[in-house]
Ligand binder design. Structure first.
Ligand code: HEC
Ligand code: HEC
Ligand code: HEC
Ligand code: HEC
Ligand code: HEC
Length: 216
């Protein structure tokens, strides 16, 4: 009885199988990289805003305190967003007629808030609290990056559960003295922190990593 398939056909069949397996493995690897890489977390992607506000100008160059516009960041869960009135305290004097500021002027005239698009938004089932962090020595820069150099505001960290937990397991190396939380470009000062703080966080481990701290 002769061969059912020519040897060329058998080779082609084997090559196809190998290529198929490689493609399947490749897709798996790509999927893994994709979920790990920044792109799926919107890192570095600016949002469309009603006004092209620039932190690099207002925070970097003009050195306006973060709390001037995000006034509840040390007191509440939300950092708070500036009202049109906050902008108008200067923009009734500078850049008065500028077209880019038209939405600010009309919000001000109608006493309506400006609708900013959020760049950082956690799912509703996650509980986050700004004051709990800022008052304990976690700096804006640690979670939001060099905002003072951003022409458009972007995310610099994933804000994933793994990212939160990485710090919650051992926050001490990332902490700054309370007075340096708003500063940009100054690193953590873990070495200057008191020893009892290390003890405190060793004991706080349970609470900071338990599910109902962030899912309540
Ligand atoms: C403490 C004063 C102050 C406050 C408050 C302020 N600005 Fe400004 N802003 C300035 C100054 C000064 C300039 C002009 C800088 C220059 O061109 O030299 C400016 C420029 C701008 C520009 C033009 C930027 C460019 O060059 O493209 C926009 C847009 C703007 N501001 C938006 C806002 C918005 C929105 C708010 C409120 C959230 C705000 N500003 C709050 C002082 C302020
Ligand atoms: C003059 C007002 C002003 C000052 C000062 C200011 N911001 Fe903002 N901030 C805004 C406005 C307006 C937006 C919304 C537009 C945008 O995202 O660029 C914003 C957005 C943000 C966001 C993103 C919010 C979101 O919805 O995800 C972060 C984070 C932030 N600011 C951090 C800071 C930090 C840190 C500082 C101090 C270094 C600072 N801001 C100083 C006006 C200000
Ligand atoms: C431990 C990390 C962390 C620190 C420290 C931190 N933020 Fe945030 N920030 C977040 C997260 C997470 C969100 C998204 C919150 C949400 O969606 O519930 C956010 C959201 C914001 C927003 C959007 C609107 C809002 O009201 O929450 C602003 C503005 C902001 N942060 C400013 C600041 C400023 C200014 C500081 C420093 C004084 C700061 N943040 C410190 C993690 C942090
Ligand atoms: C860089 C370090 C760091 C990161 C990142 C961080 N945290 Fe925290 N978190 C802390 C510290 C420090 C405290 C204060 C603990 C204390 O002393 O009570 C805290 C406290 C909290 C509290 C209050 C706990 C309580 O019992 O009152 C919540 C809720 C919380 N974090 C949620 C989050 C979430 C959600 C994220 C991620 C989106 C996050 N944190 C990211 C360091 C961090
Ligand atoms: C320090 C804060 C923190 C703690 C503690 C925490 N989580 Fe989360 N969790 C988050 C954040 C932030 C997200 C949202 C991430 C995102 O944007 O998809 C999340 C998302 C989730 C999701 C949805 C996952 C997904 O892929 O959509 C589940 C399920 C979850 N957490 C379960 C848990 C369980 C179970 C525990 C306890 C073992 C826990 N979490 C502890 C912060 C936390």
């Amino acid at each position: 009885m002769g061969q059912l398939f020519t040897s060329a056909a058998t080779t082609a069949f084997r090559v196809t199988i190998v290529l198929f397996l490689l493609a399947a493995a490749g897709t798996g690897v790509l999927a893994y990289i994709w979920t790990r890489a920044g792109s799926s977390w919107n890192i570095g992607k600016p949002a469309n805003q009603p006004v092209p506000f620039r932190h690099d100008l207002h925070s970097g160059l003009l050195k306006i305190d973060c709390r001037y516009c995000h006034s509840t960041v040390e007191r509440a869960a939300d950092a708070g967003m500036p009202s049109a009135q906050t902008c108008m305290s200067c923009h009734s004097e500078v850049w008065i007629g500028a077209t880019v500021l038209e939405p600010v002027r009309s919000s001000f005239a109608l006493s309506q808030p400006i609708i900013w698009t959020s760049v950082h938004r956690l799912p509703d089932y996650v509980y986050f609290h700004h004051a709990a962090h800022v008052t304990k020595g976690v700096a804006c820069e640690t979670c939001h990056g060099r905002v003072d150099r951003m022409p458009r505001t972007v995310k610099t960290e994933t804000l994933s559960m793994g990212w939160c937990l990485d710090c919650h397991r051992d926050p001490v190396p990332q902490l700054r003295p309370r007075g340096a939380v708003l500063a940009m470009g100054s690193g953590p000062h873990a070495m200057d922190l008191p020893d009892d703080l290390r003890v405190f966080y060793r004991e706080a481990f349970q609470r900071l990593t338990s599910c109902n701290t962030c899912h309540r």
